[in-house]
Design a protein around this ligand. Structure first.
Ligand code: AMP
Ligand code: GLY
Length: 429
């Protein structure tokens, strides 16, 4: 098979790395890819919102399967574009339809869906310019802190958690009336604050059956002890030590099964990943958010733990035969540590030479914001999140030690990594 992977981050490198191990695969293309994906396949530059150019790649390279990494092309309807195109309609595409992608693309769609199918989540209401005053009253009816979420995609920045009710009202007005997050905040979901520890659970579904992937925990804040600004994710751990069979059964029975059944009963075409962003509130799992794709940097610890041929799972996803599939995991722990550019998630410089990539041992280096420096035949930084270093261990602590030992061997100007990934999980090991 010839496979095209869309995206350019650590998640896409991890998918390409795993796909390459399948005996079913002939050629791998990554569009646009990064300096790391060049080692597993062929990079092809493309804008992911340019579906016609993607079509040309599929035709020219005789692609059999397309795996969509990030959410934007899914929310924009790439699945439907393929389905409605005479030439593309039989190509397997891993990722949900535009309607299914609303689980991520519209917070109010996701909240209404959860309410309809009795899926545990925070109490909420949706507001826009026609009922702004009701939003102020809703804030008064809740206890602090207040959680305000822009309805649409806002590059991970659209969630505000505010302690003061007057400030919450002020921000609500800015979001709706002043379009603080552009059109994404013309609708705002206000919800109850949930106090607990977060985890990420993933499934691959063909729309009626599913397999559950290894769970993970990611670390979103830039600063140690979960302080400072939100980022795309600074590291991940899989498995999550506090997740036992009992909690996973609750997650499956109360969240995963009703979500997949709900999608099916709505007639929504969904063949791809569902990412459940969960919070464990005193042993009771609740949904914080859905995403219509794998997580990043969760993919960098989860995918290396999948022993089963991922291409076979993708084929079953596309063909609707996942009920016949089983998935085997590596029981060891995996830790992924993200190296980022100094200044990230605010402004940072690009183009810094990366050295030490050949010195690493007993780890997997997944590239994210990297590019080839053609003049110097070297690898340089080209983004905020630069590289994820993933290592295995018999337990979380040894996985982290091995990963951090390798993190120290890679250098570039301004390199920063959190030193405390996993810090909140030691008590559960
Ligand atoms: P989201 O974009 O929905 O994942 O929200 C971003 C982050 O805000 C989450 O990862 C949580 O840390 C936090 N968050 C979102 N909703 C809530 C909530 N209802 N209660 C507590 N924290 C929340
Ligand atoms: N790591 C969180 C995300 O991928 O959205």
């Amino acid at each position: 098979m010839n496979i095209l992977i869309l995206g350019s981050g650590g998640r896409e490198h991890a998918i390409a790395w795993k796909v390459e191990q399948s005996p079913k695969v002939k050629n791998i293309f990554v569009a646009p890819g990064n300096a790391g994906t060049r080692n597993v396949g062929t990079n092809i530059p493309v804008d992911l919102d340019d579906f016609n150019s993607i079509k040309m790649i599929v035709v020219e390279k005789d692609i059999d399967m397309v795996i969509v990494g990030p959410e934007a092309p899914l929310v924009d309807g790439i699945y439907d574009f393929f389905l409605n195109d005479k030439i593309l309609k039989d190509i397997a595409i891993i990722g949900p339809s535009k309607e299914g992608s609303k689980l991520e693309g519209s917070k109010s769609f996701a909240k209404d869906f959860m309410a309809k199918y009795n899926i545990p989540t925070a109490a909420y209401n949706s507001f826009n310019s026609s009922n702004l005053e009701e939003g102020y009253s809703f804030i008064d009816s809740l206890d602090a802190p207040y959680v305000l979420k822009a309805d649409g995609l806002a590059a991970g920045k659209g969630v505000l958690i505010i302690n003061d009710p007057d400030e919450a009202k002020h921000e609500l007005n800015l979001m709706i009336s002043e379009r603080k997050f552009g059109d994404a905040s013309s609708n705002v979901v206000i919800e109850e604050f949930l106090d607990g520890i977060e985890l990420s659970v993933f499934v691959l579904t063909d729309g009626s059956n599913y397999v559950i992937l290894p769970e993970a925990k990611d670390y979103k804040r830039i600063g140690e002890a979960d302080t400072g600004l939100n980022t795309g994710g600074m590291g991940s751990i899989s498995p999550v030590p506090f997740v036992n069979k009992e909690l996973m059964k609750k997650i499956d029975d109360q969240i995963i099964a009703p979500t997949v059944a709900g999608l099916a009963s709505e007639g929504i075409d969904y063949k791809g990943f569902i990412f459940f962003g969960l919070i464990n509130v005193g042993g009771e799992p609740k949904v914080i958010e859905y995403n219509c794709r794998m997580g990043d940097p969760e993919a960098e610890s989860v995918i290396p733990r999948i022993v089963t041929d991922l291409v076979e799972l993708f084929e079953a996803t596309a063909n609707g035969t996942l009920s016949k599939s089983t998935i085997e995991f590596d029981p060891r722990s995996a830790a992924a540590i993200m190296l980022v550019s100094g200044g990230y998630p605010e402004t940072y410089e690009k183009g810094k030479k990366i050295s030490g990539l050949d010195n690493v041992n007993n780890c997997i280096v997944f590239h994210a914001g990297t590019a080839i420096d053609i003049e110097n035949n070297s690898v340089k930084t080209s983004g905020g999140r630069v590289i994820a270093v993933t290592a295995f261990g018999d337990d979380m602590k040894s996985a982290l030690e091995m990963s951090y030992a390798n993190v120290d061997l890679i250098s570039f100007d301004g390199k920063y990594a959190r030193k405390d990934i996993g810090f909140d999980l030691y008590e559960y090991e």
